[in-house]
Design a protein around this ligand. Structure first.
Ligand code: ZN
Length: 187
C-alpha cells in the first residue's frame, strides 16, 4: 500500500512539474516576442548594417572630399584604438562587430564603423592600406584592429586582387647559379 501511495505521489509531482515547465516556456516566449518587437522599433540608423552598399559607391567615396576630411592621407585604421578592460589589450580581436545586422559594440573596428568602406577585390585603394609598404605582406589584424570576420574577408579580397592583377606585388628576388642551367656555355 505504501509503495502504491509513493508511486501516486511521484506521478502527481511529475504532472505538476511538467505543467510548471510549459507555463514557464509560455511566459518566456511572450517575453522574447516582446523584446523582439522592441528591437525592431528602436534601431539606430547609424548602427544599422542591413543595407548593402555597392562597391562602386565605396570606390567613389574613397575619392571624395568627405573621405579626405575624415581620414586624410593616412590609412583608415591608424587612428583606431580598441576599448578594453584592464591594461593589456586582448590577444585576439573581436569575432565580429555586427550581430543580426546591427552593430553590437560601442567600439566597432575601422571597417565596420564606416559603412561605406566595402571590402571587395575591385576596391584596390582600400586594400592597399592593409598591405605593408616595406614587406608587401598583409598586415596583421592585431595591428589594424579589424574584427576576425572582416579580416578574413580582407584576406580573400586581396588574394583575388593579386590573382586578377588588380594589385601588383613583388616576386622575391633569387640569385641563380646559371652555370647549372647552361653547362656548355661560358657565361
Ligand atoms: Zn568589425
Amino acid at each position: 500500500m505504501a509503495l502504491y501511495r509513493n508511486i501516486r505521489f511521484m506521478l502527481n509531482r511529475i504532472t505538476i512539474l511538467s505543467d510548471l515547465r510549459s507555463s514557464v516556456r509560455f511566459c518566456s516566449d511572450q517575453a522574447e516576442s516582446i523584446s523582439e518587437e522592441a528591437e525592431q522599433k528602436e534601431v539606430d540608423p547609424t548602427k544599422d548594417r542591413t543595407k548593402i552598399i555597392p562597391v562602386e559607391t565605396s570606390i567613389r567615396y574613397l575619392q571624395s572630399k568627405a573621405y579626405q576630411q575624415t581620414y586624410g592621407e593616412k590609412p583608415v585604421w591608424t587612428l583606431y584604438r580598441r576599448n578594453h578592460k584592464g591594461g593589456f589589450a586582448p590577444r585576439k580581436t573581436r569575432r565580429s562587430c555586427v550581430r543580426n545586422g546591427i552593430i553590437s559594440t560601442g567600439n566597432p573596428c575601422p571597417i565596420c564603423r564606416d559603412e561605406y568602406l566595402v571590402i571587395d577585390h575591385n576596391n584596390t585603394k582600400l586594400l592597399e592600406q592593409f598591405i605593408s609598404e616595406y614587406t608587401g605582406n598583409i598586415l596583421d589584424a592585431f595591428k589594424t584592429g579589424l574584427c576576425q570576420k572582416k579580416h578574413k574577408e580582407l584576406l580573400v579580397a586581396i588574394e583575388r586582387a593579386w590573382d586578377q592583377g588588380l594589385l601588383t606585388y613583388d616576386v622575391p628576388f633569387r640569385e641563380y647559379d646559371y652555370s647549372l642551367y647552361y653547362k656548355n656555355q661560358s657565361l
